[in-house]
Design a protein around this ligand. Structure first.
Ligand code: GCO
Ligand code: MG
Length: 413
């Protein structure tokens, strides 16, 4: 059989998603996530204007060959737009293959290595009371791991902190459309000051340990803002509070920066949500500079590429921590869950549940139970896009924020 139709769906049920639909000549449909937050249409165009005609007529079973054909065949390699487009094709082809086999995808990846996938939630609050309230709410839902982000005095709205008020919040979304309080034509801006952050955060972790005990897994995202020496100091200062991981402490491009952080601290390090290739990790993995691989299946070339990356990491004792915010669509999330269940070196999975509007458009079969997710046992990925429902939500331009230091200098966001 062959690939017959290649369609790109763009929908915005509360936020934008780009989804690839591949239909085979005998009518089997596979779905792939191609969402790149704030740059969605570039990937949509890459797929419909450049890849679609190359795919029609190909044997849908030749997944590895198709991956190489798109990757090596482009001449221009890597980059988030290219790799998200390849990822979408790859996911859709695995969805088709597993549907043809009549099995959930994780069975084709070797079967389940565990009963469920431990997930972490996003707990945030503009101050400690709101943050503690959110953590309590997640504990009540059964979560055993939370990512903790909180306001820093004097900085206003910053990355990772929901302004929605105290309590359990699923709705933190950094990309803003005009309707969400952003500007229609350009990103909104936030403020940053690393010195204030460095002196504020350790005390927050100390209070959490005091109030919530030693059992809770605490994660934190530095979101690329520290210099190597600042990150080394931070990682050292927070050692007594036993973080599960410190994520993206320095800007991701500079792999060697983590040597300095490693020399000074035993705080586990996670990095990679803005990476898109195994080569972005070559130094980090072979020199054992990180503990967790944070790539998204959606931005790193799909299931084929992620499986190889995670197997490579396993040789060095490094585990997975796959990216799973709401800008990864339910299709991309399902792809992550099948991998999480199957691989041996699973670490933890990020889980920021999609809102009801999104879940009316994407019909999912994964289930949450007391802190663990399971991808479900439907053949394929287990997610179907309801195209009629999707058509009711027109694309609306959205941007991630731009970050500035207090003197106006553009900084990493
Ligand atoms: C995370 C991330 C996200 C990103 C978002 C950008 O750890 O989940 O940092 O919150 O900011 O994916 O689109
Ligand atoms: Mg992150």
């Amino acid at each position: 059989m062959t690939i017959d139709l290649v369609d790109v769906n763009i929908t915005s049920p509360g936020r934008n998603f780009v989804t690839l639909k591949i239909t085979t000549s005998d009518g089997i449909v596979g779905w792939g996530d191609a969402t790149l937050n704030g740059r969605e249409l570039a990937v949509a165009s890459y797929l419909s204007d450049h890849l679609a005609s190359m795919l029609v007529g190909r044997d849908e079973d030749r997944i590895e060959d198709t991956w190489q054909y798109l990757y090596r065949g482009a001449y221009w390699r890597r980059g988030p737009v290219t790799m998200a487009a390849i990822a979408a094709v790859d996911m859709a082809l695995w969805d088709i293959k597993a549907k043809k086999a009549g099995m959930p995808l994780y069975q084709l990846l070797g079967g389940a290595s565990r009963d469920g996938v431990r997930v972490y939630a996003h707990a945030s609050g503009t101050d400690y009371a709101a943050l503690a309230n959110a953590i309590t709410g997640y504990e009540e839902l059964g979560f055993t791991a939370v990512r903790v982000q909180t306001g820093v005095p004097g900085l206003g709205q910053i990355y990772g902190v929901s302004s929605a008020g105290p309590g359990v919040r699923y709705d933190y979304e950094p990309a803003k459309r005009a309707a969400d309080g952003g500007a229609a034509e350009r990103p909104h801006e936030e403020n940053w000051d690393t010195r204030t952050y460095l002196s504020h955060m350790p005390g927050v972790f100390a209070r959490i340990r005091e109030d919530f005990g030693t059992g809770l897994r605490i994660l934190h995202d530095g979101h690329h803002r520290m210099s190597p020496i600042e990150a080394a100091r931070f990682a050292k200062d927070v050692e007594p509070y036993d973080l599960f991981w410190l994520e993206d402490c320095t800007p991701g491009e500079d792999q060697a920066a983590l040597r300095l952080v490693r020399q000074h601290s035993t705080t586990p390090l996670a990095i990679g949500e803005i990476f898109n290739s195994v080569y972005d990790y070559q130094t980090l993995i072979t020199e054992r500079l990180i503990d967790y691989v944070r790539s998204a299946v959606t931005h790193t070339g799909g299931i084929t590429a992620m499986k190889k990356l995670l197997d490579f990491a396993a040789v060095y004792g490094i585990r997975s921590g796959i990216h799973g915010p709401t800008d990864i669509s339910p299709v991309g999330m399902a792809a992550a869950l099948h991998l999480d269940l199957a691989i041996h070196n699973f670490g933890i999975q990020e889980y920021m549940p999609h809102n009801a509007e999104t879940l009316e458009v994407f019909r999912t079969s994964f289930t949450f139970d007391r802190g663990f997710l399971h991808p479900g046992d439907q053949p394929g990925l287990g997610v179907e896009l309801d195209e009629e429902a999707a058509a009711g939500h027109a694309y609306t331009k959205a941007y991630l924020p731009v970050n500035r230091l207090l003197d106006g200098t553009v900084h990493d966001w």
